[in-house]
Each structure stands twice: as C-alpha cells, then as structure tokens.
Design a protein around this ligand. Structure first.
Ligand code: C2E
Ligand code: CA
Ligand code: CA
Ligand code: CA
Length: 273
C-alpha cells in the first residue's frame, strides 16, 4: 500500500480499513476489559531532593488478550469518548489506594484524573467514600489533573478542587506548561504541586532556554507555596541539576520505570540500603 509514493484522493486504501477495524475491535474490547480483569496498575516512584522515596504514581495498563499491551495514550481517550472512563478511573482509584496501604505509612499515591472523570458530578463524594472504605488517610492521596479540565465550568471546578483540598487530599497540576497554560489557574486554583512536563526536562542540563523556564517555574511555584515535581528525569546530570535548583521531587527512568505492584517491596528495600 506504500510503494507508489504519492497518495491520491478517493483511492481506496486497505490499510485505512484495517486501522478502522482495529479501532472498532479495541472499542468493543474496552467495554469488557474491566470485567475480564485485563487492567492492572504500575507504580512509578517519586523521590525528594535527597532521592528518598516520597510515594508512587499509579499508571494504568491494559493487556489485551490478543493485541497485547496497549498504551494508555491510545485507549484512555477512547474510553473517555465512550463514557467508560469514570468506571475505569474509579477502579484505578480504589486499587491504588489499597496498594498504598501496603507501603510505608508516609508514602503517598498519586492518581491521574481524566477530564471526564473530573467533570463527573459527585467526584468529591466518590473520592472521600473510597478513602473511607479503603481506610487510607486523605493526606496520602494525591490527585493529578491537567490544565484541560480547568477550561470548562470554572465555578464547579473550583468547588471540586476546594472540597478535595479541604479533605486534605493533595492536588497536582500535571503536564504543566504543555497545554493551554494560563497563569490564572495558579492564582485561582488550590494546587499543592506542579508537575513540570518532560518536554522542559529533556534538554537539561545544557539547554539555556529549558534552564530558564524550569528555574522560573520553581521560583514561581515556591513563591505561591507550591512544590515542584520534575517528570521524565532520565539522566544523572538532569537529576543533579534539578536537585541543585531546588526542585522538590523527581520522577523518571533515571530513578525507576513504572513497576508492577509485586516489585515495589523490593524496590523500597533496595532504596533503603
Ligand atoms: P502522565 O500522567 O504524564 O504520566 C507520565 C508518563 O511518562 C507515563 O506514561 C510514564 O510511564 C512516562 N514516563 C515516566 N518516566 C519517564 C521517563 O523518564 N521518560 C519517558 N520518556 N517517559 C517516562 P504512560 O504510563 O504511558 O502514561 C501516559 C499517560 O496516560 C499519562 O501521562 C496519563 O496522562 C495517562 N494515564 C495513565 N494512567 C492513567 C490513569 O489511571 N487515569 C488517567 N486518567 N490517565 C492515565
Ligand atoms: Ca500524571
Ligand atoms: Ca505528566
Ligand atoms: Ca503526559
């Protein structure tokens, strides 16, 4: 389907049909994936400036029986579009909170909230009910939201975030700087933590522009009483630059890739040696 080089309009392209069929297959599979137990969670450590573990971020995984591992970047938007993400997200929340109970008592667990989940009515009741049921103190839960969710329904968003905040849950602004960034979010919403996107970390420590931006974000966040987490830290050089600049937490392959739950005990043990 590719040899002749140029693409003509209205020409039937069999590879396109395959893509559509695959999407349809995925979509149908997604509807039953939860009942079939095909989801699991991996946990990626976050560390403080002295590289001590502060907790883990829960990252959803889907292993399709035939297609194998499918990236959350591919299936989460699909689940959102089909209205499945609230149910899946609730499963993630409960599962992640249960896991956190098996960790040292000062570790937190961070759970991602997709826009659809965040905008579902009753979110705060659902979260606080889950914490009660599982028995996890609110202080040990961190919720990560991206700027996209703040674009809509500002008053309700503010209410929801304030309620979560009052419960003692920590709120993180994920992927900071990559979406519809607006500093007004930082003024209006009660974030505890800003996660600087990997995009700004990638070219550290050499790239001047990245340096300037990251320094600025750290200074601004600290001035606002928020902490900063750098995402996607892949090298020792990036880590030491960030430590020296006062970045509060680091996350990335340099420290550890996301781990299956069974491997966490060993990881914690090794990190304490
Ligand atoms: P995210 O929340 O920004 O998560 C960070 C992503 O970067 C993860 O990809 C993680 O595996 C990856 N990562 C971590 N360290 C490094 C690094 O050093 N280098 C590189 N190149 N990548 C690194 P993952 O697990 O594929 O998740 C992708 C996105 O899917 C997440 O981005 C998040 O937006 C979404 N997601 C994952 N799990 C959930 C979930 O339970 N609920 C919701 N709503 N979204 C989720
Ligand atoms: Ca995240
Ligand atoms: Ca992120
Ligand atoms: Ca991201």
């Amino acid at each position: 389907a590719k040899k002749d080089g140029r693409r003509r309009a209205r020409t039937f392209d069999p590879s396109m049909l395959q893509v559509l069929e695959q999407r349809e297959l995925l979509r149908r599979s997604l509807r039953v994936a939860l009942q079939h137990g095909e989801f699991f969670i991996e946990y990626q450590p976050l560390v403080d400036r002295s590289l001590a573990i502060t907790g883990f971020e829960a990252l959803l995984r889907w292993r399709h029986p035939i297609l194998g591992a499918i990236s959350p970047v591919a299936f989460i938007p699909m689940a959102e579009a089909d209205g499945l993400m609230s149910e899946i997200g609730q499963w993630v929340l409960e599962e992640a909170c249960r896991q956190a109970l098996t960790w040292p008592a000062h570790y937190t667990v961070a759970v991602n909230l997709s826009p659809a989940e965040f905008l579902t009515p009753g979110l705060t009741d659902r979260v606080s009910h889950t914490l009660d049921t599982v028995g996890l103190p609110a202080e040990r839960l961190e919720l990560e939201i991206t700027e996209t969710v703040l674009l809509e329904r500002t008053i309700n968003n503010l209410d929801a975030l304030n309620t979560l905040n009052v419960l003692g849950i920590q709120i993180s602004l994920d992927d900071f700087g990559t979406e519809y960034s607006s500093l007004s979010y930082l003024k209006n919403f009660p974030f505890d933590n800003i996660k600087v996107d990997k995009y700004f970390i990638n070219d550290l420590p050499d790239d001047q522009k990245s340096q300037t931006i990251v320094r600025f974000v750290i200074a601004m966040a600290h001035g606002l009483g928020m902490r900063v987490t750098a995402e996607g830290v892949e090298t020792a050089e990036q880590a030491s630059w960030l430590q020296a600049e006062g970045c509060d937490r680091l996350q990335g392959y340099f420290l550890s890739p996301p781990l299956r739950a069974e491997l966490i005990d060993e990881f914690i043990h090794r990190s304490l040696l």
